[in-house]
Design a protein. Structure first.
Length: 460
């Protein structure tokens, strides 16, 4: 049944099948680095168990955080294996969420909090995919009891996030049971294990590490299988050292160079740790505009993003937007001729963003802060720092330079259970205008596509 799998997959599969066949009812936690073959293992287990029990009305229950696309992909993968097997004539689908092999069935159920799933029984196997994202109460109240009368074997698949997830709590319970009876229940294979069998995988992950940075939360959790701290400093000492550059501050653009801007407007709406929008107008009285010069890699390396050199910062405090907007337009157009400008368009920032777009045109991209969009900004910012692409100008003793580094040192992060990231400066520590402007700047670098004539040599 497991002959076509790699050794680390077979090790897991054999342990699970042993528990099923011997009716041990064990619970397993399986962590395999992203794209390392977890879904392949799951589908082959399902195929083998359904085939072996096709004469009986027994169920496999599989749940995941969402039906689309997660469970749909799992169903498709299982059906593909059935179609390739010698028993394919016994395979069928019913009710859009059940795959049948003879009388045996694999039932795919969403673990979304609103999904009605009570009433099913798991006879052969209970699988929880992406268990780190499954609600603990939903699992314990509605899915776990499905195997009560059958002493079903349970498998939780996923990758780490923090110590509060269903996967991590179950893993710790499994470790405790391992210490008591010596039966291995936790299987963890990071990217190095998979790379030992697939050279192409090694090349891919090494490229991801170069792009994201070795300390990026998504790289640590999905490829290294390491948890991240739920709360803490946004930037470590090493990351701040990486951010410090040696190039000088500049006052105007240089010929044949590309420039971008990130603008954080005073009075923007902020997002608290729970992801709710709150207003902090009274505590946000500065508008910060950060300018950067882009340096492009050779065209022979299409995966590598541009380097971002911060060359100028502007801060306006207490100025009305009606006075401020003309200054920004003149600076963006005539001093820097920016190719891409990302401006906060949340709350009171929306009309300012509209004025800028009307005056400057397509280079201006309004950005609305939500819990999700801010998380994407944060991940992009961390990737730019960790990969060494983002550099601050050398110390010039200015107020802007000092304020910038104060915010970098005091900035905090919250890694939420849903894998979104919040970042901010606590009001007691000051403001985060430079921080948000920096994040918007990095986003500008990500969405700007330089105009390069076909067949010519780019001049940047």
């Amino acid at each position: 049944m497991l002959n076509n799998l790699r050794p680390y997959q077979r090790e897991v599969g054999q342990a699970i099948l042993s528990s099923v066949h011997n009716k041990q009812g064990l619970t397993f936690c399986v962590e395999i680095a992203r794209q390392g073959g977890k879904n392949e293992l799951s589908a082959q287990l399902e195929l083998g168990l359904l085939t072996a029990h096709m004469e009986y009305p027994y169920n496999i229950i599989k749940c995941a955080p969402t039906f689309k696309p997660q469970l749909e992909l799992s169903m498709t993968r299982l059906k593909d294996y059935i179609d390739k097997s010698r028993y394919r004539l016994f395979g069928s689908t019913e009710l859009s969420y059940i795959v049948r092999m003879g009388s045996a069935r694999a039932i795919f159920l969403s673990a979304d909090s609103s999904a009605a799933v009570v009433g099913h029984t798991a006879h052969l196997l209970l699988e929880v995919d992406e268990a780190q994202d499954v609600d603990k109460d939903k699992y314990r109240k509605e899915f776990r009891p499905m195997g009560a009368t059958t002493n079903v074997t349970t498998v939780l698949y996923g990758t780490p996030w923090d110590d509060l997830t269903l996967l991590e709590e179950t893993k710790q319970s499994c470790y405790e049971l391992e210490r008591k009876d010596g039966i291995k229940r936790v299987f963890s294979y990071d990217w190095h294990e998979i790379a030992g069998y697939i050279p192409e995988y090694r090349a891919f992950v090494e490229a991801e590490r170069a792009e994201l940075g070795a300390n990026h939360p998504l790289f640590l959790t999905q490829y290294c299988l390491q948890m991240v701290n739920g709360k803490g400093r946004l930037f470590s000492t090493l990351q701040r050292e990486q951010l410090q550059g040696t190039h000088p501050r500049m006052k105007h653009r240089q010929p044949k160079k590309s420039y971008i801007a990130g603008i954080d407007l005073a009075g923007e709406s902020e997002i608290d740790e729970s992801g709710m929008l709150i207003s902090e107008n009274s505590g946000r009285d500065s508008t910060v505009m950060t300018i950067a010069e882009l340096d492009y890699p050779p065209r022979t390396d299409p995966r590598k993003l541009s380097d971002i050199r911060i060359v100028e910062q502007y801060r306006w405090t207490g100025q009305k937007h009606t006075v401020l907007v003309p200054q920004m337009i003149d600076t963006l157009q005539h001093v820097w001729d920016c190719d891409k400008i990302v401006v906060d368009a949340t709350g009171v920032g929306q009309p300012v963003a509209s004025f800028l777009k009307q005056a400057i045109g397509s280079p201006v991209v309004p950005f609305t802060f939500t819990a999700q969009s801010k998380s994407q900004l944060g991940y992009g910012l961390l990737a730019a720092v960790d990969s060494g692409r983002l550099k601050m100008y050398a110390s010039d003793g200015s107020a802007e330079y000092q304020a910038f580094w104060h915010e970098m040192e005091t900035a905090r992060k919250v890694n939420r259970p849903d894998r979104t990231l919040n970042f901010f400066v606590n009001p007691s520590d000051g403001h985060d205008d430079f921080l948000m402007s920096l994040a918007l700047l990095v986003h500008a670098s990500e969405i700007f596509v330089p105009r390069i004539a076909y067949g010519s040599t780019p001049e940047f």
